[in-house]
Design a protein around this ligand. Structure first.
Ligand code: FES
Ligand code: FE2
Length: 355
């Protein structure tokens, strides 16, 4: 294939081949090439408000811990003890004074410095001062906390820049976390992302949602690291309020669904080659109008989500059937899918894989 014609333009684009949606080897490649090389949403600031508050997560194959230090600074570390690879924490927690390894009790400060190691007096040239947990990059944005494992991941602002400005006067930083809904779905993580990235399926999959979005005015814009689908809202005063719906997808696995007075983050986590978890976290403005819509919003969201789950599970069966060859994309409606697939193609190529 000629380098200058690859990847093809939108008018000649095809979807990603089915082989990328199946098999452990492909997912292992993506853990390295995609998840370990991108900003990953791991928490919201309410979980990390005070010194010693910590969150544990898995980024690709790497266990990580994010902890607020005694000095108030948020730090991230690889959650792997320097003794024999035990975990510093197994679950999220509040107000820890130090990080005690769960295996043999080596103790690190909240700043990642080894402070004590029981019964190690007989070890020659062993000094706790020489041992630190490997740090990782952390960034706080609009009440959300992100980490990046690799120094090659672009600066956070380069990835997320422009979103807060675009949605004004909606103010994400003024919204408060309310709750999480999690859905485990029998499809590859990319099937869920692909489905999010186009409104093409709206009239066929979402009869209710089609009534509150304006399909003719539904628009997709592409940016370096994210895409934005937007639509005016109609007939939705009780559910979403009046204004505009913004659906951001930020590479590789974060969605920000923003309505007047409400943000819902979605994080798509692979559980296996043909299974993923979708975490919905709800954040609301504190004004009475936004608060009054919470119940209707969540009920409606659950209905739409069930419709998406059903179609995604069916698509995964199609992809694994052995009968599917990558099909043509609709230039008018699927530019977001094309954009995501090209980001993946670039990430795979950087890892020595070609899509
Ligand atoms: S592995 Fe951490 S103390 Fe042994
Ligand atoms: Fe959908």
């Amino acid at each position: 294939m000629q380098a200058e014609t690859y990847p093809p333009g939108l008018d000649r684009a095809t979807a990603l081949p089915a082989r990328y949606y199946v098999g452990e080897a492909m997912l292992a490649m993506e853990h390295r090439a995609v998840f370990a090389r991108s900003w990953q949403l791991v928490a919201h600031q309410g979980q990390l408000a005070e010194p010693g508050d910590h969150v544990v997560e898995q980024v690709g194959h790497v266990p990580v811990i994010v902890v607020r230090g005694q000095d108030g600074v948020l730090r991230g570390f690889v959650n792997v003890c320097r003794h024999r690879a035990g975990p510093l924490a197994l679950c999220n927690g509040k107000g820890a004074r130090a990080l005690h390894c769960k295996y043999h009790g080596w103790t690190y400060t909240l700043e990642g410095q080894l402070r004590s190691a029981p019964e190690m007096q007989g070890a020659a040239d062993f000094d706790v001062a020489d041992i630190r947990l490997p740090p990782i990059r952390v960034h706080e944005w609009q009440g959300l906390v992100f980490v990046a494992l690799d120094d090659a991941v672009p600066p956070f602002e380069q990835v997320y820049g422009g979103i807060a400005e675009r949605i004004a006067p909606i103010d994400l930083a003024a919204m408060r976390y309310l709750r999480r809904d999690s859905y485990d779905i029998d499809c590859n993580w990319k099937v869920y992302v692909d489905n999010f990235l186009e409104g093409y399926h709206l009239p066929h999959v979402h009869p209710g949602l089609s009534k509150v979005l304006d399909y003719r005015a539904y628009d997709t814009e592409l940016f370096d690291w994210y895409s934005l689908q937007s639509s005016p809202l109609r007939n939705s005063t009780a559910i979403y309020g009046d204004g505009e719906a913004f659906y951001y997808f930020v590479y590789p696995n974060v969605m920000l669904n923003i309505m007047p007075g409400r943000m819902q983050t979605n994080r798509i986590v692979p559980l296996g080659p043909d299974r993923c978890r979708v975490e919905f976290d709800y954040y609301y403005a504190q004004d009475a109008a936004a608060q009054a819509r919470i119940a209707a919003d969540q009920e409606f969201s659950d209905e739409v989500q069930q419709e998406d789950i059903d179609i995604c599970v069916a698509v995964q069966r199609g992809l694994t059937s052995g009968t599917y060859e990558a099909g043509r994309l609709c230039p008018k409606r699927e530019s977001g899918v094309w954009h995501f697939h090209n980001q993946l193609r670039a990430a795979y190529a950087a890892a020595g894989e070609h899509a």
